[in-house]
Write a protein that binds this ligand. Structure first.
Ligand SMILES: [Zn+2]
Length: 338
């Protein structure tokens, strides 16, 4: 089969690779329906994460079961499945507590920009649909495997409640998905921080009520001005930089909550400041598996359409162009079709 391999910053190639095989009896192999490039894939592309050896890329997927290991029950070849970027047995103590992305048997996905994918912990990770969904829904279902699940977690961790005010820091696919989540959870006011017109439009279409273009201290001042001087009930930090985290923490009111889901890069939090702020802070890799049944239902019934974050569709063979377009911010998120 063929798939994406990163060799160095700015150098992703579409190459021949060994066909994935069942390595453990708990594995499955799926044929990729659609996959995509994640904002976090840009860290190695930009050289901000080191690439020591060439390795496959991609952690988002929906597909058709091709083969299952001897210990996988409830899945059969041909089924359309959605899974998480973090695999889980869905039975251990952490899974039972709803933190499947911290499963004791967790393996992170990392080979999904390919024609076929091996899924560890298949039985606990994959959710099979009753029938193959209309192809028009594939992008939205794909979004659930990471960005929409992560946006949902950001809103959940920030404790968005009906009638509350939520601020979303970051206008990438996760931030935009966070807007959808905040809306679905009943936030009355959703303030999206964005400087890019196409992203502002999408944020408004997803339910944002206000757009703030200022950043840093000016951005915080603007949020305070809009929230009676005290800050927002909930802030979704969807970037992972130090500036975004500061902006999120300072934008929350005393007693408010920040959900942080951007993979942190050199983010330091001042313990004393946090102590006196009375702001609650929770984040980490999203427990996507916990949310999948509910989110799949919302997509299939047309309540949410997170697939709109894909504003570029490419053949999988042109995966490198997807990275380039996202790096240059010509695209929010690139969908890849095998
Ligand atoms: Zn587990």
């Amino acid at each position: 089969m063929r798939g994406a391999v990163i060799h160095a910053p700015g150098d992703v190639r579409f190459e021949s690779l060994d066909d994935p095989k069942i390595l453990k009896p708990t594995d499955a192999v799926i044929r990729t329906a659609v996959t995509c490039v994640c904002g976090s894939d840009l860290w190695p592309w930009r050289g901000l994460d080191e690439t020591t050896d060439p390795h496959p890329m991609g952690h988002e997927y929906v597909g058709f079961v091709e083969e299952v290991g001897s210990e996988v029950a409830g899945l059969r070849p041909g089924q359309f499945v959605v899974g998480s970027f973090a695999t889980s047995d869905n039975t251990c103590a952490n899974c039972r507590n709803g933190f499947q992305s911290n499963c004791l048997h967790r393996e992170f996905m990392g080979t999904c920009q390919a024609e076929y994918i091996r899924i560890p912990n298949a039985q606990g990770t994959l959710v099979a649909l009753d029938e193959t969904p209309d192809e028009a829904l594939w992008p939205s279902l794909l979004a659930l495997s990471d960005v929409m699940g992560t946006g949902w977690w950001a809103a959940d961790a920030a404790e968005v409640r009906p009638g509350s005010t939520a601020v979303v820091v970051g206008d990438g696919a996760v931030g935009l998905s966070g807007v959808i989540a905040a809306k679905e959870m009943g936030a009355e006011r959703i303030i999206a921080m964005s400087r890019h017109e196409s992203r502002q439009k999408l944020a408004l279409a997803f339910g944002a009520t206000d757009i703030v273009t200022e950043r840093g201290e000016e951005g915080v001042a603007r949020i305070k001005e809009m929230t009676g001087g005290i800050g927002a009930d909930s802030v979704l930090e969807c970037v992972g930089t130090s500036q975004a985290m500061s902006q999120a923490l300072y934008s929350a009111r005393p007693g408010g909550n920040v959900g942080f889901v951007g993979v942190p890069h050199d983010v330091a939090v001042d313990g004393e400041e946090l102590f006196y702020s009375h702001v609650g802070l929770r984040g980490g890799p999203a427990p996507v598996r916990r949310y999948l049944p509910d989110l799949i239902d919302r997509v299939l019934t047309g309540r949410i359409d997170p697939g709109k974050v894909f504003d570029l569709t490419l053949p999988l063979a042109q995966v490198a162009e997807g990275y380039e377009a996202m790096d240059e911010r010509r695209a929010i998120k690139a969908l890849l079709k095998p």
